[in-house]
Design a protein around this ligand. Structure first.
Ligand SMILES: Cc1cc2nc3c(=O)[nH]c(=O)nc-3n(C[C@H](O)[C@H](O)[C@H](O)COP(=O)(O)OP(=O)(O)OC[C@H]3O[C@@H](n4cnc5c(N)ncnc54)[C@H](O)[C@@H]3O)c2cc1C
Length: 479
């Protein structure tokens, strides 16, 4: 067995691990980058990028179907989805992204890249693939996550889809039962539906989407129920593999037995840190009931050990921008251990590219409701630009601290909220008082007017509106 020494061993060459490596290098310390699987990152290979490529195809199909609304005549029979071509483009573009990452990794010194799965032998020693023993002054665990497959679905074999194998299908499936209705389930299920796959969402929990605000939860669900077969809050879920697919049985909320047949089942019930192979028990860290260590989110350090967590391996904010931030922080602190830097994290921001898009940022309703806050509300039903685009479905709820009048957070769904959510997140992070926010320019007619209406609603409840608008600003139609 080969023996190697290093300042920092990094487990996982995903987005978190690669950013950790860069920071160690920047600090002038020696690193070893350990990867058990293929290079290319989860984001590019199975996550953000292929899912958005599939959604881009779905949006093209939706636009073609909606063209008639605007007087653009395309006969429905002329719209044909070529599933093979859709998935070929997804893979072609996905492979381009993967290749860009691969090229950057391959450019790193070969002797500092180890191939094989790492497992702890002690707090400072790792076994890599049974061929190398690494002695490190500090370790960054950036081993990512994997889809949770509930025991019920495990016997499905080839009929089981997750985000790991969905994009490898040669053709779009005729029908899919989506288990789970969180951000990933909604994104993939809605995209497949728009591309002609018959989709039914199943969830034993009576929830749809990630909202904590009950009003948004209820309205978002009512909106989707008008288009989708939603089986939420069902009991007795059972699946059976049959020659022509999978039979899904359940009892509906009235207790009636139901059954339907699907070509495939998509497990989208969440993700869990990929920690099983790490032998964390040997690291000396205290582990929780899931077998995971915890870390300080301001330094990424686990207890007072020279071990740092980053990215999906943390099991908290499983998002790309968080993985990048955490990788940088973990790498920098591993390099300077034991003199750590502690940072204030960015405002949380989650966007799901569902239809319509949804977002949560800053304090959620559940968190904001713990303090004395006012809730500003607006709807996109009659919002000018949303109606122009025939996308007038959505709600915005902003939570404003009564004493400081600062925006604490927001939950929203509606047209292109991927953009408006950023504005709101930046306002929260800048800790701007509402009176200042309400003085910001807003162009007409734009979707940004939709969030301004919610902010103005909160402002009016706080008595901030009088005299706060510049005198030359009028209100446009439907703003
Ligand atoms: C379908 C889907 C859509 C998504 N969409 C978005 C989105 O739109 N926006 C967004 O912000 N986020 C999105 N995400 C989440 C985002 O992709 C992840 O948060 C991010 O990629 C996590 O990066 P990471 O570095 O933690 O993990 P990864 O990039 O997965 O890297 C972990 C690496 O560790 C390796 N590894 C694991 N165990 C070991 C071991 N023992 N030894 C050696 N190597 C090991 C793995 O092989 C892997 O290469 C999506 C995820 C999915 C699944």
């Amino acid at each position: 067995m080969r023996e190697l020494e290093t300042d920092v061993a990094i487990i996982g060459a995903g987005s978190a691990g690669l950013n950790a490596r860069r920071e160690v290098e920047r600090a002038g310390k020696h690193w070893l980058l350990i990867e058990g699987g293929a290079y290319g990152t989860g984001c590019a290979r199975t996550g953000c990028m292929p899912s958005k490529l599939l959604i881009a195809a779905a949006n093209a199909a939706r636009s073609a179907r909606r063209a008639e609304l605007f007087g653009v005549r395309i006969a429905a029979s002329d719209i044909r989805i070529d599933g093979r071509a859709v998935l070929e483009r997804v893979r072609r573009e996905r492979d381009r992204f993967v290749q860009l990452v691969n090229a950057a990794v391959e450019a790193l010194p070969r002797e500092q890249r180890l191939h094989g799965y790492a497992r702890f032998v002690s707090a400072n020693t790792l076994d890599v693939g049974g061929h190398t023993r690494v002695h490190a002054k500090a370790v960054v665990i950036a081993s990512g996550s994997r889809p949770v497959v509930p025991a019920l679905l495990q016997p499905l074999g080839a009929a089981l889809l997750t985000s790991d194998n969905l994009f490898e299908l040669p053709d779009l499936p005729e029908s899919v039962a989506v288990f789970g209705s969180g951000a990933i389930g909604l994104e993939l299920g809605q995209a497949l539906h728009a591309l002609g796959t018959r989709v039914t969402f199943f969830n034993p929990n009576d929830v749809l989407g990630p909202f904590s605000d009950p009003l948004l939860s209820e309205r978002f669900r009512a909106l989707l129920a008008s288009e989708f077969d939603l089986r939420l809050g069902v009991t007795g879920l059972d699946v059976q593999v049959q020659p022509d697919g999978v039979l899904v049985r359940h009892r509906d909320r009235a207790g009636r037995e139901q059954q339907s047949r699907f070509a495939r089942v998509l497990a989208a019930v969440g993700r869990e840190p990929a920690s099983a192979a790490l032998n964390l028990a040997a690291s000396g860290l205290a582990l929780d009931a899931r077998g995971l260590p915890s870390c300080d989110p301001r330094s990424m350090q686990c207890a007072d050990a020279p071990i740092f967590l980053a990215g999906d391996a943390v099991g908290e904010r499983a998002l790309l921008h968080e993985a990048v931030d955490e990788g940088c922080l973990a790498g920098a602190n591993a390099a300077r251990f034991p003199q750590l830097q502690s940072i204030v994290r960015r405002v949380p921001l989650l966007i799901a590219f569902s239809q319509p898009q949804l977002a949560m940022l800053g304090a959620s309703f559940r968190e904001a409701a713990q303090s004395d806050c006012v809730i500003g509300h607006s709807s996109y039903d009659d919002q000018g630009r949303a109606r122009v685009q025939a996308e007038n479905h959505g709600e915005v709820r902003v939570y404003v601290d009564r004493a400081s009048t600062r925006l604490l957070g927001a939950e929203l769904y509606g047209p292109e909220v991927e953009h408006t959510a950023h504005l709101l997140a930046w306002m929260v992070q800048a800790k701007l008082p509402l009176s200042e926010v309400l003085h910001m320019p807003v162009y007409h007619p734009t979707l940004e007017e939709g969030i301004r209406s919610a902010l103005r609603d909160a402002g009016s409840q706080l008595g901030l509106l009088r005299g706060c608008a510049p005198p030359d600003r009028g209100e446009g139609p439907g703003s």
